[in-house]
Design a protein around this ligand. Structure first.
Ligand code: NA7
Length: 504
């Protein structure tokens, strides 16, 4: 289930479709998201441009022809002037290699590769991981299984999502205001979640008023709302953070009836990961057949043929193990593929040892005409509007490069020897080359680093800083000043003749 309100978890550019396409609940589930994407593909007749079951295996920049040479799993080789990657922020699965994992005789699944027809009814199921996904899985399957064991390394804070049916009046209100809603989300807010983040400090109000504000947000629902619409300092001030977590902890202890389960479910860390929300998560632990294992107290020692063994000598017998263990996020989608820029350097090499870098989350020096959608250090926010923002910028810069090339405006650069006079075909220029400057990449990386310096998010281990995968450097992976500010910067860059880019 997406945790962004349905009306903002879609494309913004087709008002008629926005108003007419059906959605019946506040948040859409995966099948509805897929159906929506298929609908857009059909409506705009896009399927003819798509190759399915085709994996990008490598991409190499050829300086002499100014082309990307792109190899795929189907054996096809494509030559392209521009390569735009949309590999996904959260697509490379993180699958811990527990000792004995191959001995397990039951079924094992990672949530990122969920079989469509999986039926867990009547089964004994273990869920490893309790991030956004683990919390949803536990909530969804608890009623169907005969035994559920949630293996938790770090308990997390989760607030109600507010999921439920959308009334006709609500839908009408959204439909009547759609253009304004999008403008506010894209150009007035930090995260594009459909509300204005507050800058009210936690301790600017009395304790009673604070409680009232938290309670109101709890009743309304929404993870980002709770963290960013209640008070403006929860993610930067430890005392403010503690005040919010005290409230959530009280909710956990009053919801979970078994004190031992409640104790294990109480988080000990800061409230500084991606804010979670759920449709009745803590309530599931009131079922007798739902258990929680604290991996801090009793770590997994190995996977056995029958289930999972923990350090207290227990063997949790299971039919199915679900790995809700997340992803090698953001740059993990890139470092697994040999994407080679000028001189044969791969992106993986370019990003070592300092961690992944880019200009605007889209472009990397020495990787000409490569544009990443949601590459490292792009905006941290609701993703559909972030994706649209980047697609629009990339389209514009390519159009500008082509325009300059066609008008001969880049002739000076070609003749000056950057491409060394090389031409792809006799009598023709190899075409435009667009590339981020190294200084622009350095400045953008420093900005992203500085913006995150005071964030409590930086003090906790999560995929947002790359610290969920062993061996991965803990480094900034996002631009944290928000979508509106990011879009403003992009507009300024265009106005300043694509500041930070070289257009040959
Ligand atoms: P997350 O948020 O990265 O959560 C992964 C969970 O798996 C988290 O609870 C981890 O514990 C746990 N984990 C990871 N490795 C292990 C090992 N080796 N042992 C035990 N537990 C482990 O991934 P999600 O799929 O839930 O969500 C990703 C994003 O998708 C989410 O933020 C939304 O943006 C959508 P930890 O807390 O690190 O101790």
């Amino acid at each position: 289930m997406s945790d962004t309100e349905s009306y903002l978890y879609r494309y913004s550019w087709d008002l008629e479709d926005l108003k007419s396409y059906p959605w019946s609940t506040h948040y859409v589930h995966q099948p509805e998201i897929l159906a929506y994407l298929r609908h857009v593909v059909d409506k705009f007749d896009l399927r003819k441009y798509m190759h399915f079951n085709t994996e990008l295996t490598s991409a190499k920049w050829d300086d002499s022809s100014s082309r990307w040479i792109i190899s795929t799993s189907t054996g096809c080789i494509f030559k392209a002037r521009y390569l735009i990657t949309a590999l996904g922020l959260l697509s490379r699965q993180n699958l811990p290699n527990f000792e004995g994992i191959n001995d397990f005789t039951g079924e094992m699944y990672h949530t990122g590769r969920w079989p469509e027809d999986l039926d867990l009814k009547g089964k004994r199921v273990g869920v490893i991981g309790n991030g956004s996904t683990g919390v949803q899985v536990v909530t969804a399957i608890a009623k169907d299984v005969t035994k559920l064991v949630s293996f938790q390394r770090n308990p997390q804070y989760s607030v109600p999502s507010g999921q439920g049916p959308v009334t006709d009046e609500y839908r009408k209100r959204v439909n009547d205001n759609y253009p304004q809603i999008w403008e506010d989300a894209k150009d007035q807010s930090l995260f594009g979640f459909g509300f204005k983040e507050t800058d009210r400090p936690t301790f600017s109000v009395s304790e009673e008023e604070r409680e009232r504000i938290y309670e109101k947000a709890w009743q309304k629902g929404g993870g980002f709302r709770f963290m960013f619409e209640t008070f403006g300092d929860i993610s930067v001030d430890e005392a403010a953070n503690n005040a919010a977590t005290d409230f959530i902890k009280r909710k956990i202890t009053t919801t979970v009836k078994d004190p031992e389960k409640a104790r294990k479910l109480l988080p000990t860390q800061l409230y500084a990961r991606r804010p979670l929300c759920d449709a009745g998560y803590y309530e599931q632990f009131n079922r007798d057949h739902v258990e929680v294992v604290s991996l801090q107290e009793t770590p997994i020692t190995r996977v056995t043929s029958k289930g999972i063994a923990t350090s207290d000598g227990a063997e949790h017998e299971l039919d199915v193990i679900i790995f809700a263990t997340g992803f090698d996020a953001v740059d993990g989608s890139y470092t697994r593929i040999a994407i080679q820029g000028r001189g044969g350097e791969t992106l993986k090499e370019h990003w070592q040892p300092q961690g992944s870098t880019s200009y605007l989350g889209m472009s990397v020096p020495n990787f000409p005409n490569l544009f990443m959608i949601l590459g490292p250090n792009g905006p941290f926010c609701n993703l559909p509007p972030a994706i649209e923002t980047q697609v629009e910028f990339i389209s514009d810069i390519i159009e500008e490069a082509e325009r300059r090339c066609n008008k001969g405006l880049n002739g000076a650069a070609v003749l000056s020897g950057h491409i060394n006079g090389a031409v792809a075909e006799a009598g023709h220029s190899p075409g435009p080359v667009v590339e981020a400057k190294s200084t622009a990449e350095e400045e953008w990386t420093k900005l992203c680093d500085d913006l995150s310096a005071n964030s409590l998010f930086r003090k906790t281990d999560s995929w947002i800083f790359g610290s969920n995968v062993s061996g991965k450097k803990h480094a900034v992976l996002f631009y944290f000043a928000g979508l509106a500010s990011y879009r403003k910067i992009l507009r300024e860059i265009v106005q300043e003749n694509y500041r930070g880019f070289k257009l040959f």
